[in-house]
Design a protein around this ligand. Structure first.
Ligand code: BEZ
Length: 326
């Protein structure tokens, strides 16, 4: 009898301890690279407000946009130690840890942001996030998107040979370095925060970028040729530190997943509308607009594909899937 009450007492103490952790209020920190006016930052802000409201004020989410916590490699380290709770990270940084994610940079995998949205929300692509806890120390909850990639150049570009030997800024990832090396350019890895200066001071001749930043951050003021190439999609991933995730209650995990999905899904809607606007603005700007498609990059695409089919075995299936969505 005595033994039974002791067991009950222990069970009840354990129960209260469990409730204490599951209901514990927490001030979360969410980092991202983009400036406050960027669509990803707006999605993060809407997510934070929604999550706070959903938790009835128990949780808060403080945002750190514009690389306040460092570049993405640094943010990823902070996520691994639990010093940072969450982030909206480019798939780019994650592909440095999990090369399978590099398959999402397959040139012309998608033709539009609409198609990117369909692909990135498919169960097949969602599954790619499963490897993140082991490889990157984060739990990947949902994909969103940035605009399709274009090229902004300080010098005229009529054919791919005009880019030969040219210093072309890329986000520091292997998939992009490979693409531009195969094209014969000199890919120059520079994180987003350094791009404007690199373009302004002539450190690079051209940059791989999307229209939002070409317009939003006024990169176009430093270069006269916009190559409307739409050669790759640009996924963003909502992640939570795996260490932090382990401490969360099932309810909080569920809420984070649902709300990150909801707000990152808004990025698809936003870019579908805004990309048209930015393209119109670009066309009306007096800048030299050169419209190119896969044929411009032909040999580079073939070489890229051969290499990345080895590095990312999911690539052929993704191509198949993307084709079925057209
Ligand atoms: C970039 O490295 O080009 C980039 C990073 C984050 C958002 C958009 C672009």
């Amino acid at each position: 009898m005595k033994k039974l009450s002791l067991l009950r007492l222990v069970a009840s103490l354990l129960g209260s301890a469990l409730i204490a952790t599951t209901t514990q209020a927490k001030d979360f920190r969410l980092g991202l690279l983009t400036p406050p006016q960027h669509i990803w930052s707006q999605a993060a802000s809407a997510f934070a407000a929604d999550f706070e409201q959903h938790s009835q004020g128990r949780h808060k989410v403080a945002l750190f946009p514009a690389a306040q916590l460092g570049n993405e490699a640094q943010m990823l380290q902070q996520l691994q130690t639990g010093a940072l709770d969450m982030a909206f990270l480019t798939n780019a940084e994650l592909s440095n840890r999990a090369p399978e994610l590099g398959a999402l940079y397959a040139p012309y995998l998608v033709q539009s942001v609409e198609q990117a949205g369909q692909l990135l929300t498919s169960p097949e692509v969602q599954q790619l996030l499963d490897q993140l806890p082991a490889r990157a120390g984060v739990v990947g909850l949902a994909f969103g998107t940035g605009g399709l990639r274009q090229i902004l150049s300080r010098t005229p570009v009529h054919s791919a040979s005009d880019l030969k030997g040219r210093k072309l800024r890329v986000t520091p990832i292997e998939a992009l370095r490979d693409f531009y090396s195969h094209l014969g350019a000199a890919p120059t890895p520079i994180p987003l925060s350094g791009v404007f200066d690199a373009l302004a001071n002539g450190q690079v001749d051209a940059v791989d970028m999307d229209l939002e930043l070409i317009w939003g951050l006024k990169f176009y003021e430093k270069a006269d040729t916009i190559l409307l190439s739409k050669h790759m999609m640009w996924p963003v991933v909502g992640v939570v530190s795996a260490r932090v995730w382990r401490e969360l209650s099932p309810e909080d995990r569920q809420a984070l997943q649902t709300l990150m999905r909801k707000h990152l899904a808004q990025t698809f809607t936003a870019y579908i509308a805004k990309e048209r606007e930015w393209e119109q603005a670009a066309r009306g700007s007096g800048k030299r607009i050169v419209e190119v498609g896969p044929e411009f990059f032909a040999a580079a695409i073939e070489a890229w594909e051969a290499k990345w089919r080895q590095k990312a075995p999911a690539l052929p299936a993704l191509r198949q899937l993307a084709k079925s969505l057209q």
